[in-house]
Design a protein around this ligand. Structure first.
Ligand SMILES: *Cc1c(COP(=O)(O)O)cnc(C)c1O
Length: 370
């Protein structure tokens, strides 16, 4: 009997787990007659804001637009510098570049692989006054050191937009990721901890004026229909995706708890594997968007696991400053480059069971001792 294929993420399993609720939500939209910016979008924005405790959510078409419109609403203009990391998906940079802003890459913390607060302070001091915003990425569901970074950014007059595309529900120093900065960008791509059945994104902010600007920017600069108050564009979430997101938001905490249980099992089972296991910083409750191990023999481990029906991901194999579109020979980020060469993301999502983790861990131990 062939064993089940294990995936790093499994949106279909997520749909099937809540299929009846999702179908009912979709039927409600079909019968309701509102298909763009209607009651489901309003409901989801209200409920996702409540999930943060306070503040406002403005939905947009995807996570990349959330970064662009969030930064735009914070006052970042074409030509401004924005500090971010290079071990992220191209979307983080695309959002910055859609605005005409330019990236400055900040080195990561060697242990947690998110932006280093020390390196950020150095970067802001070096580019005194010209870095207008900082975009830390809460990679793999582990938030960056927000108390230190927000303090650094304030000192240097920079705004902070948190990239929360992988960190729905994570906590740092007692507060949800996303509530530390001036704004946060979310993606609801289907593989995320909170995913739609298509594209979707949102800006969260505690500042009503920022929320108001994002709301104008996402629809032609309109406050009143057919009257553009500022230049804007079209980046709207549709009612079907909002209705699906309202269902999946109700299951987000349970899904994150399941991910934590799977991660705890991995940490126990792999303790003696010789792999570098994920580090959780003090005061952080991660949401395990990925469970990422490190080994210089990454490619060999990945292909051995693939041959056993275990499909791992590599987030991300090539740092942004080494990619053809963005190649920058002058930028040197040894810790980032090393992480990209060594990381392997093991299957972790709410559709898995502890026995699946045991199977993956067993294969890894076998590989390590061969
Ligand atoms: C998924 C993701 C995004 C962007 O999301 P899209 O919705 O695909 O535009 C941005 N940043 C990070 C870190 C992501 O993982």
């Amino acid at each position: 009997m062939s064993e089940k294929i294990l995936l790093t993420a499994d949106p279909k399993a997520g749909y099937e787990a809540h299929a009846a609720e999702i179908k009912a939500a979709i039927d409600r939209v079909l019968a309701g007659g509102h298909y763009i910016l209607g009651p489901e979008v309003e409901g989801f924005e209200r409920e996702f804001a409540q999930y943060h405790g306070t503040g406002a959510v403005v939905t947009v078409a995807n996570g990349t637009d959330a970064i662009e419109l969030g930064l735009g609403a914070l006052g970042v203009r074409p030509g401004d510098l924005v500090a971010t990391v290079a071990n992220t998906v191209s979307a983080t940079l695309a959002g910055i570049q859609q605005l005409g802003a330019k990236p400055v890459f900040v080195e990561i913390d060697a242990a947690t692989m998110v932006m280093s607060a020390v390196a950020l302070e150095e970067t802001l001091a070096r580019h005194r006054g010209v870095v207008k915003a900082v975009v830390p990425v809460h990679l793999y569901g582990h938030p960056a050191d927000m108390p230190a970074m927000v303090a650094s950014a304030r000192r240097h007059g920079a705004k902070v937009l948190e990239d929360c595309a992988q960190s729905h529900g994570a906590v740092v120093a007692g507060r949800k990721a996303g509530t530390w900065g001036d704004a946060a960008a979310y993606s609801f791509y289907p593989t995320k901890n909170l995913g739609a059945l298509g594209d979707g994104g949102a800006v969260y902010t505690g500042d009503a004026a920022v929320a108001d600007r994002v709301r104008l920017l996402r629809q032609y600069g309109w406050r009143t229909r057919y009257v553009s108050e500022i230049p804007g564009r079209n980046s709207r979430l549709d009612e079907l995706q909002a209705a699906v997101l309202r269902v999946n938001l109700r299951h987000l905490e349970a899904g994150n708890a399941k991910r934590r249980a799977l991660a705890a099992r991995y940490l126990a089972q792999l303790a003696t594997s010789g792999l570098v296991l994920p580090t959780v910083a003090a005061g952080v409750t991660p949401v395990w968007h990925q469970f990422t191990v490190r080994t210089p023999r990454r490619d060999g481990l990945q292909s051995q696991l693939a041959a056993r029906g275990i499909r791992c991901g590599v987030l991300y194999p090539v740092p942004l400053h080494r990619q053809p579109a963005y190649a920058d020979a002058a930028t040197n980020l040894p810790l980032t480059e090393r992480a990209c060469a060594e990381v392997l993301c093991l299957p972790v999502h709410p559709g898995l069971e502890l026995a699946d983790v045991d199977r993956v861990a067993g294969e890894i131990i076998r590989w390590a001792s061969a």
